[in-house]
Design a protein around this ligand. Structure first.
Ligand code: F6P
Length: 546
């Protein structure tokens, strides 16, 4: 579709007109007048309920948004992605994270190779290794059992497995504690290792490229830490270091035994790779059965995404409603609030998934995008966020749509705590939708026997959109569904904006610049810089004590 511009389609024009009509309408009136609203605007699937009704949408909005999906040829793009077409045009790669959760017998060919078989061969090796670690069959150099697994990686080689291991902590049943080091700030590695013993620690060096400087520096420092504790015996490296990478040359140069390198493939992007061998830390924590349930959950969402009409397709609806706010209401950000302590790293994970994917301003045909693309993703765990920035959601001046993710059951049932947590989540969505009028504020003050002078300060505009995603509990299966749901949401939005959601040239640019400056901090090299950057470099040289 050369030169495709979604803003020039009739569907976009219809939405602009429709927005004029309903921009000022208040959801509280819609709820008062229409008792069937929730019934029509929620979806249930496989232990999940998604409530879209507290959004600034009508049936007509949804109809027009689905026309937008058709205008962008979403069905064809979806088919191409699942079939392994090279839809990552700038890197000439297939986008096949969905192949990682296909049934074993499925066949998807890329360049004549069945990638499903390829993926299972790698997965089986990783799962078998994880089981050996969990059972104590794989031991350290001194013959001791592995008690700690430290994953060293960054971006997609960190955020997914870290979030999943934390979220599924109650499933970690083998006495193996998994930790994550990503930051090249020495504090991260040093603090992570300070209470560990080399003899009982296994390092996973996770890097698709095995060229990421942060990861390689931390891996080298970890190697030195291990060698220092094992009498500088080089034989100690093999049982304590494994890698996940596409770059076997670099892993063997690092000293990692080839039998302990778990393969990745270039048809899986870093931020979509938690389903691959990058999930090894998850496998070590929850084991083979749990990991297979995690994949099955994602597959259930894939099937839903493939089969449901747009109007009942959860990831598509999330995406379209997101476009509605982003492009027609000019909302700049989108908050995600998991009411689950284990899911506290979800937002960080989604920041990479969404912003590294859709933070683009050039179309697939190299033309400028004519509308705003991916929103700023932010948020943190409920209820803590209520005592921090929720004031802004309630009485600030910006439209901030948000997702509330709420499990119906906790793995840690302590007294009434879970009810209180859930009550808070539901109460927030209600308050954000309804708001409070001046009359209501005055009445409340009068009923409390107080002066009504404060009433204006206690008015809440409401009409702040939320989507509630309820799951029975955070399990490997439901977490797989949730992550796949967001992956597909991001994909659909990328299709609408006609951007490549699967490359990340902006990040690559930053990496190159850092490589130039790093030697200059040590007084070597004299690349051209602006006055500010030159001054910052020389300030470092003056003040750094080496
Ligand atoms: O942050 C940029 C990035 O390229 C991500 O896309 C990727 O997940 C991360 O770096 C880590 O890359 P690697 O796995 O190759 O070390």
């Amino acid at each position: 579709m050369p030169g495709f511009d979604i803003t020039q389609t009739p569907a976009w024009a219809h939405l602009l007109v429709h927005h004029e009509h309903i921009a000022d309408a208040h959801m509280r009136h819609w709820f008062e007048q229409d008792h069937g609203r929730f019934a029509r605007m929620h979806e249930r699937l496989d232990g999940m309920l998604v409530d879209f009704s507290k959004n600034r949408i009508t049936d007509e909005t949804l109809q027009l948004l689905t026309e937008l999906a058709d205008a962008a040829d979403l069905a064809q793009w979806r088919e191409r992605m699942f079939a392994g077409d090279k839809i990552n045009l700038s890197e000439h790669r297939a986008v096949l994270h969905t192949a990682l959760r296909q049934p074993r017998e499925a066949v998807i060919e890329v360049d004549g190779v069945n990638v499903v078989a390829q993926a299972y061969a790698a997965l089986d090796e990783a799962l078998a290794f994880a089981e050996r670690v969990r059972s104590g069959e794989h031991v350290g150099h001194s013959g001791e059992r592995i008690r700690h697994v430290v994953n060293i990686g960054i971006g997609g080689s960190d955020l997914g497995p870290k979030m999943v291991v934390e979220a599924l902590q109650s499933y970690a049943d083998a006495g193996v504690q998994v930790r994550f080091v990503s930051n090249v700030d020495g504090a991260h590695l040093a603090q992570t290792l300070q209470d560990l013993r080399a003899e009982t620690t296994l390092f996973i060096i996770a890097s698709k490229s095995f060229t990421t400087p942060e990861t390689l520096l931390n891996a080298e420092a970890a190697k030195q830490w291990l060698l220092a504790q094992t009498g500088w015996d080089l034989d100690a490296i093999a049982p304590h270091f494994v890698a996940i990478s596409t770059n076997l040359q670099a892993t063997s140069a690092f000293g990692i035994d080839n039998r302990h390198v778990f393969k990745m493939f270039d048809w899986v992007g870093g931020r979509y790779s938690v389903w691959s061998t990058i999930g090894l830390p998850v496998m070590c924590a929850i084991g083979r059965a749990g990991f297979m349930q995690f994949l099955a959950g994602a597959r259930a969402m894939d099937e839903h995404f493939l089969q449901q009409p747009w109007r009942h397709n959860v990831p598509v609806l999330l995406a379209l409603i997101g476009v509605w706010y982003n492009n027609f209401f000019d909302a700049h950000s989108h908050a995600v609030i998991p009411y689950d302590y284990g899911m506290r790293a979800l937002t960080e994970y989604l920041q990479q998934l969404d912003m590294e994917s859709n933070g683009k301003n050039v179309t697939q045909q190299d033309l400028p995008v004519e509308c705003a693309t991916g929103p700023i993703i932010w948020g943190s765990q409920g209820v803590n966020c209520q005592h921090a920035y929720f004031q802004m959601l309630h009485q600030g001046s910006r439209l901030i749509p948000s997702d509330f993710i709420v499990p119906m059951n906790s793995h840690y049932p302590l007294g009434k705590q879970h009810q209180v947590l859930v009550a808070n989540a539901f109460a927030q969505t209600e308050a954000l939708m309804r708001g409070k009028t001046l009359l209501e504020a005055e009445t409340e003050l009068l009923q409390a026997g107080k002066d009504t002078q404060l009433a204006a300060q206690k008015v809440f505009a409401g009409n702040q959109p939320t989507t509630s995603v309820l799951v029975d509990a955070i399990t490997p299966h439901s977490l797989g569904m949730l992550i796949a749901m967001y992956e597909h949401k991001v994909f659909v939005q990328g299709v609408i904006w006609d951007i490549n959601s699967f490359d990340q040239w902006g990040v690559e640019y930053g990496k190159v610049l850092a490589k130039t400056i790093e030697p200059e901090l040590a007084g070597q090299g004299d690349a051209q810089h602006d006055a500010s950057t030159l001054a910052l470099i020389s300030y470092f040289r003056e003040h750094h004590v080496s």
